[in-house]
Each structure stands twice: as structure tokens, then as C-alpha cells.
Design a protein around this ligand. Structure first.
Ligand code: ATP
Ligand code: LTN
Length: 330
């Protein structure tokens, strides 16, 4: 029996190098050895206001970005969260088990509440409960995410504990986070103290996986680095440079030590030029495949439909067991 893997990404902006390196690159590596489900978290996107037209279009775009990055719809179940109604249903039950005190501690909530201070809605607050439902519905063993999502995974595990205390064991599986060793936290290009985020208003802070060559070169060459000259991997004192080296390392397969040796005596500018080239070459086929897929929405609709059906067939038995365990009439 293969282990089950589940992960998703919120449908905001476009996927960035951070999402790719921290999450989706790992998803594609896992698809041969695990039973994988990957979804677009469109319901999660609603925690911040979305223009309806743009949200609809973006769902197609994200689906195409997943496929262009190498996720195979035959090997994996790829689906849109809102097309599988069991997510919100399980979320309600789990919210009855989640103490507000636990949600108060979530750093993502604190950060987003500060950023969207005019729209601190209840869904922004209960977001981690819906995320727990996403995971627990499919009895996932492993959840590949970047470092920023580790706290939500811990909360999911706490919720399983609360559920088991009240209703018994063997109904929900205890999941584990799967955080890659390298690149689990890619930083913003202009402000290397904060993480690269696809919903950043400043486009210079991220490289989107569907940016063209010119945009990529401009953003990487313009990345903030310190005023030193030595190419040394030192995230504490050389955050900007080290971030570029991490990206270089993951995309080239070279260790940061090897990069230091290769660039001995060279300037930051040399590394930036080579890195820009490496990113352009890596993303070129992705962009081409993406453009092709976006010309055929009917095909994407078909894949979404079959993904949702397969996901629902997996989700329903868990929801039924939970409804029964908590005492709802079936
Ligand atoms: P948003 O700006 O909308 O919050 P985001 O860029 O943080 O979006 P998510 O949709 O929250 O992206 O995350 C999708 C996946 O990418 C998650 O597994 C997350 O941990 C990972 N991820 C996001 N940002 C980074 C980053 N800078 N470095 C590494 N992994 C990341
Ligand atoms: N909260 C995640 C996206 C997400 C997710 C999930 C990831 C929603 N549900 C379930 C893994 C498993 C984020 O990256 N912001």
C-alpha cells in the first residue's frame, strides 16, 4: 500500500519560484512513489476579497500551472477544492473541536490580519480548520509544504487529538508535515527578511513561474544583496545573497559549498547573471506548456471534473464515518 500525500496552494496571484521550490518541485518528485492528491485552494483564497471574474480565470490558470510544472493528472488526483463539497462539511465538525485559543496563536492569521486590517473576516481566522479538513478527509499520511505552513500542520495534529479524545481512534489519520531540506523558505527578492509571497503587491519581490525572460532577468539582477564582495552562504549576515544561492542550488542540483567554490574571486553580479539564465532556462518549457494548456479550457474543464469525482469518492467515506461518530443521523 502506497502512502497518501496531499497538498494544495491558495488561488491568489501566480505561483512563484518560492511555491515551486518550497512545494511543487517536491510534489512532482513524489508522484511516482506515493498516492498523491493535489488541489487548488480556491475557498481559502476567499479569506481575502477576490474579484469573481479574476478568481474564475485564475482557477484555470493555476490548474494549467500545476500541469505545466509536471504534475500528471493520470498519476495524481488533481482537483479544485470548492468542487468537492465534503471539505466545508468536515470543516464545520472540526471547528466544533478547535479552541479559539489555538487559532489566536497562528502567525499567518496575525500577519494577514495586519496586512488586510479592513477585512479581518471570520474565514481568515478559521482558515486553519478548513486546512485541517482538506488533509483529514483523505487520510493523508504526509503533507508536503514550505516552512510557513508547519504551524498549521501542528494544529491539524492537535485537532486529530481532540477528535480522538471525544470520539475514539481509527477514524482520522494523524498526518505529518513533509518539509524539504533545501529551499523550504525562499525569501523576497527586495526584502530578504520576509518570505517570497505570491500575493505581494510589489512584483519585484517575486519571480512568477510564468514570467517571461525579460521580467526574470530584471527581477533577479535587481535583487537586494549586501555591499560585500565574497560569495559565501551566510543566511544571517548575507540574507539576500544566500537566498539567491539557495535558488541556484535547488535549480542546479549543486550544493551551496560547490557554488562558493565555483564563484571564488567573482562578483555578486556574475552570480546574478548566471542565476537569471538558469531560472529562464528552467521556466521556459513551463511557460510554453502553460500557454498551450490555456488555449484549451474545455480540456481543463474535463480534467477538473474527473479530478473532483475521484477526490469525492475518496472523501465521502471519511465524512460518513465522522458524521456517524459524532452522532448525526444518516
Ligand atoms: P499567499 O501570498 O497568497 O499567502 P504564498 O505564496 O504564501 O501565497 P501559498 O498558497 O500560501 O503561497 O503556499 C503554497 C505552498 O507553497 C505551501 O506549501 C507553502 O508552504 C509554499 N510556499 C509559499 N511561499 C513559500 C516560500 N517563500 N518558500 C518556500 N515555500 C513556500
Ligand atoms: N494553507 C496552505 C494552502 C493549503 C494547504 C491545504 C496545504 C490549504 N489547504 C492542505 C496543504 C494541505 C498555504 O500554503 N497557504
Amino acid at each position: 500500500m502506497k502512502k497518501t500525500i496531499l497538498s494544495g496552494s491558495t488561488v491568489t496571484g501566480n505561483l512563484t519560484l518560492g511555491n515551486y521550490i518550497g512545494a511543487i518541485n517536491n510534489w512532482t518528485k513524489l508522484q511516482n512513489d506515493y498516492d498523491c492528491l493535489y488541489f487548488l485552494a480556491d475557498l481559502h483564497a476567499l479569506t481575502v476579497y477576490q474579484d469573481p471574474k479574476i478568481l474564475r480565470e485564475r482557477c484555470y490558470s493555476f490548474f494549467a500551472q500545476y500541469l505545466a510544472l509536471g504534475l500528471d493528472p493520470q498519476k495524481n488526483i488533481i482537483f479544485v477544492q470548492s468542487q468537492v463539497h465534503q471539505h466545508t462539511e468536515l470543516s464545520w465538525i472540526l471547528s466544533s473541536l478547535t479552541p479559539m485559543g489555538y487559532l489566536n496563536r497562528m502567525t499567518q492569521f496575525k500577519e494577514k490580519a495586519e496586512k488586510h486590517s479592513k477585512n479581518i473576516n471570520t474565514a481568515l481566522y478559521t482558515y486553519p480548520v478548513l486546512m485541517a479538513a482538506d488533509i483529514l478527509l483523505y487520510q493523508a499520511d504526509l503533507v508536503p509544504v514550505g516552512e510557513d505552513q508547519r504551524q498549521h500542520l501542528e494544529l491539524t495534529r492537535d485537532i486529530v487529538g481532540f477528535f480522538e479524545n471525544r470520539y475514539g481512534e481509527g477514524i482520522l489519520k494523524m498526518p505529518e508535515a513533509y518539509v524539504g531540506k533545501m529551499g523550504a523558505r525562499i525569501m523576497s527578492l527586495q526584502d530578504p527578511e520576509k518570505k517570497m509571497s505570491k500575493s505581494d503587491e510589489n512584483e519585484k519581490n517575486f519571480v512568477s513561474i510564468i514570467d517571461d525572460a525579460k521580467q526574470i532577468e530584471k527581477k533577479i539582477k535587481g535583487a537586494t544583496t549586501d555591499s560585500g564582495t565574497d560569495i559565501k552562504f551566510d543566511p544571517e549576515n548575507k540574507a539576500g545573497l544566500s537566498n539567491l544561492m539557495t535558488i541556484y542550488s535547488v535549480l542546479s542540483g549543486k550544493t551551496t559549498e560547490q557554488i562558493e567554490i565555483d564563484y571564488e574571486g567573482k562578483m555578486y553580479g556574475h552570480l546574478k547573471v548566471d542565476l537569471a539564465d538558469l531560472v529562464v532556462q528552467t521556466l521556459k518549457p513551463v511557460r510554453e506548456k502553460y500557454d498551450d494548456l490555456m488555449k484549451n479550457k474545455d480540456y481543463l474543464d474535463q480534467l477538473m471534473k474527473s479530478g473532483a469525482e475521484r477526490a469525492e469518492a475518496r472523501a465521502m467515506p471519511t465524512l460518513e464515518k465522522v458524521y456517524k461518530a459524532v452522532g448525526l443521523l444518516r
